[in-house]
Design a binder for this molecule. Structure first.
Ligand SMILES: [Fe+2]
Ligand SMILES: [Fe+2]
Length: 165
């Protein structure tokens, strides 16, 4: 089944983009912690806007594709209230909380110069999301590949197409 028809392949390929963004985030956070000039630090912090825009749009759309298209159908086989889908939903919530907190810390930086909390929250976000996508790929997506019929995959794909940025 090619990618245009297989929702699990689409989600896996979106994870590749997530990984790239998380690597960039890690690079920015390291630099923010190590530069000695305030001017340089300010401009690095301004560049985090690319990353917060990704969190607000692309990542949110990706979560919705999982929550509204994949999970309800896969949930018929493995349940939603407990087990891996339940854990994934808790992690989506935590990721949204951390990204909201990250934006607040960036906003506060102008008045308090507290770049260390930007690094702290940013690192927690990076770690949570990187472990999250690893779990989805090694556990949940494999279950989806085993359980879902071609028809169900087509239905999930159609639903995913209605979820746009
Ligand atoms: Fe997820
Ligand atoms: Fe995901």
């Amino acid at each position: 089944m090619n990618e245009s028809l297989d929702p699990v392949m689409v989600l896996r390929s979106e994870h590749e983009t997530v990984r790239t963004v998380l690597n960039n985030l890690e690079g920015y956070l390291k630099k923010i912690g190590s530069v000695s000039s305030n001017g340089l630090r300010n401009s690095l912090i301004n560049q985090l806007n690319e990353i917060t825009a990704f969190m607000d749009k692309d990542l949110e759309t990706h979560f919705k594709k999982e929550e509204d298209a994949l999970f309800p159908v896969l949930g018929n086989y493995i349940g939603i209230e407990t087990g891996p889908i339940h854990v994934m939903l808790i992690e989506h919530k935590r990721s949204r909380e951390l990204s909201a907190e990250f934006k607040i810390k960036i906003g506060n930086y102008r008045s308090n110069n507290d770049y260390e909390s930007i690094i702290g929250v940013g690192s927690s976000f990076r770690q949570l999301l990187s472990e999250h996508i690893e779990k989805e790929e090694s556990i949940l997506f494999n279950m989806a590949d085993m359980q879902l019929s071609q028809d169900e995959k087509r239905g999930i794909m159609e639903k995913m197409r209605t979820i746009i940025k």
